[in-house]
Write a protein that binds this ligand. Structure first.
Ligand code: DOR
Length: 447
């Protein structure tokens, strides 16, 4: 087609979408995708020549902890989102275990205000479920900028906890949206804590927080979700057993895995990384990693989220199990998955499904998550052939490290485009932080 005019033209790249992979130009007008195809005769305010590069729909990371307010020494909204766009991520869902907890309308409003002009990528915030706010969650989950409710069934960092079935039922009963759940059984974790204390070694982490702790919680959750007819999104699945169980509940439950659980393996990770490999739920032995890959191959896993959860190295240096659980990940999510593609473990189309289409499908994100005409012009532009070494020094997170320091990967994000604006190119930030809240499809509250 000739004579068309665009604000931005992506020329000569290979476009990857759920529809397929092939050479195509992409024309952007007013922040949205206006045309995809051979745009040889078109002109544009700005043209990016992308020969040899792949254009993916913008990667959406549906699980990050950016720690603000209250724990900015570990991470904050500016640095966390800077890491996101440097890693090719265009939007994030941020977690509520901050100080104060994001468990009220006021705390959500505060996060949205803090994000304005400081966050580099688009964003939405989870509201945390507590025994106190259980009856208010149906209103809270509908507030603008909210991606839904988060439930911690097992204690992790912070004070959010919905421990028992009675409280869990109070939370689930009124929800209209899919809620995200950390499924570890807190009763069993408390009973077994002595295992970790006795061992005083992070190698005991998967033994303390064992397979049964995860399976028990997931089974309790599924039973109550079915009883109340609710949709649940089970975060960071770590066991082969849960993949099989969740595969039987596709109608009510969706599944997240993290790049670290797909990549690292116990006990080696604890031997080489010590407490840096400590997270909840834990990195487990290879049969579980194989199980997660089986879940990816069989379509049981819906999304990959990073569970970016930085703690400082000084905190991580405390003796186990006082050392906090969690590791940074938003900036390495896409490089690790591209490396898995190059190693033949993942197809590019499945990567796109797991990093954008999945989030779009599960959470009903308006106008994002597809590389299609009419959708927001969010792109993760990658070089599949680029070989780089992941390094602490490249990391934007305020804690300044990555568990993948020193790992050579093949495949790297080269540019990040959000609503038609290039925000990262070749590791450099461009322009100002102009991230905006995400919008979701949902029925408006009755008046
Ligand atoms: O290891 C973890 N750390 N798992 C979680 O669920 C929470 C996170 C954190 O916030 O530190």
């Amino acid at each position: 087609m000739t004579g068309q005019t665009f604000d931005l033209l992506l020329k000569g790249g290979t476009v990857v979408s759920l529809d397929g992979i092939g050479p195509a130009d992409v024309g952007v007008r007013a922040g949205r995708i206006a045309a995809i195809g051979d745009l040889a005769g078109a002109s544009a305010g700005e043209t990016l020549q992308l020969g040899g590069l792949h254009v993916l729909p913008g990667v959406i990371d549906t699980q990050v902890h950016f720690r603000e307010p209250g724990m900015e020494h570990k991470e904050d909204l500016e640095a966390g989102s800077r890491g996101a766009v440097l890693g090719g991520v265009t939007a994030v869902f941020e977690m509520p275990n901050t100080r104060p907890l994001t468990s009220t309308a006021g705390a959500l409003t505060d996060k949205l205000a803090r994000a304005r002009g400081r966050m580099w990528c688009d964003h939405a915030f989870y509201v945390g479920a507590t025994a106190e706010n259980a009856e208010r969650l149906p209103e809270l989950e509908r507030l603008p900028g909210c991606c839904g409710v988060k439930i911690f069934m097992g204690a992790s960092t912070g004070d959010l906890l919905v421990r028992d079935d009675a409280t869990l039922e109070r939370v689930l009963r009124g929800l209209g949206r899919r809620c995200a759940v950390h499924a570890e059984d807190d009763f069993r974790l408390s009973e077994r804590k002595a295992i970790a204390e006795r061992a005083a070694d992070p190698r005991a982490h998967p033994e303390w927080r064992d397979v049964a702790s995860a399976v028990l919680a997931t089974e309790r959750l599924l039973r109550l979700a079915r009883k109340h007819g609710r949709l649940v999104h089970v975060l960071h699945i770590t066991t082969a057993e849960e993949i099989d169980i969740l595969g039987q509940h596709r109608d009510i439950a969706s599944v997240e895995v993290t790049p670290q659980h797909l990549t690292l393996v116990a006990p080696e990770c604890y031997a080489s990384l010590g407490t840096r490999a400590q997270m909840n739920p834990p990195i487990r032995e290879s049969r579980h990693r194989d199980g997660l890959w089986r879940g990816v191959a069989h379509g049981i896993v819906d999304v990959v989220g990073s569970d970016h959860a930085p703690h400082t190295l000084a905190e991580k240096a405390e003796s186990y199990p006082k050392s906090p659980s969690g590791m940074p990940g938003v900036q390495t999510l896409l490089p690790l998955l591209l490396d898995h593609c190059n190693a033949g473990r993942l197809s590019l189309r499945r990567l796109v499904d797991l990093t954008s289409a999945g989030a779009h499908r599960l959470f009903g994100i308006a106008g994002k998550g597809r590389l299609a005409v009419g959708y927001d012009a969010d792109f993760s532009i990658v070089d599949l052939k680029a070989e780089r070494v992941i390094d602490d020094a490249l990391m934007a997170n305020r804690s300044g490290w990555t568990p993948f320091h020193g790992r050579r990967v093949k495949g790297w994000p080269i540019a990040t485009v959000i609503r038609g604006r290039q925000v990262m190119r070749e590791g450099q930030l461009l322009g100002q932080a102009q991230g905006e809240p995400l919008r979701f499809w949902q029925a408006l509250p009755a008046t």
